[in-house]
Design a protein. Sequence first.
Length: 285
Amino acid sequence: MITFGKLRRSLAPAVRRVFECCPPIRVIAVKLLAFIQKTTFTRCGCQFELPKGDFGVTLELDSTGEYEPLTTATILEYLKEGSVFVDIGAHVGLFSVPAMKWVGDLGRVIAFEPHPDNFALLLKNVEANGATEGISVENAAVSNCNEPLTLYTSAFNTGDHQVYPTSGRKGIDIQCVSLDSYFGKSERVDVIKMDVQGAEGAAFEGMRRVLQENPKIVVIWELSPSQLEAFGTTAEAVLDFLQSLGFSSTIIDDVTGLKEQVTDAELLNRCPHDSYINVLSSRHA
């Protein structure tokens, strides 16, 4: 797992550039992977179907048998009976489906996924695990507005669709929603998981009230400085925003198994600029 994670973190940016600049290589690689790749998995006691020919989540699960184990354990640590869990960029439900067991009958799960193919698999996985009660599945992206937007899709990584233009990518129309408009005033939210490929800054802006009204809320999110810059912001700006609301940062490194509270400067120093690392933002780390 550690070797695979290190390779993926270091090679992913280069692979992305090669595949996006050389369509013939990408097509051959995706077809070959689709032929040999397993796409049904058991995770956290739940059954999942994943996309074929996928160089993201499916490749990691097929190669290691796990997916972000430390992040998963961290989410489970914070979710209790009756908790409210929000999964932003839910993909096919690897976190939101097992979260239904973790929050119990008194809890609530809200899963946001904008891409239609991912959304269809998300619904399928929810239904296959009998988790239809207590979960809301929304075919939308989370941002700082409630308007249509263009999603630029990856042809080889179903978890790498982006809301900023990248050369060679096709765009599809999606709907955006802000958490401040989705949740009513003083409505409780306990845990947010967010992985939105560089759109985190806008999503955080659109949940300012939710973050302010829930003093014990925690957010587990993926930090990728280069993707934030491509969207038009910076990692420093996002961390400053969170700090202004009283949040501190803890690294959740699924590659090394390290979980450590750090300053923002330390976090930026240790996060690869062109890659990513998961972060726990809380007021009581």
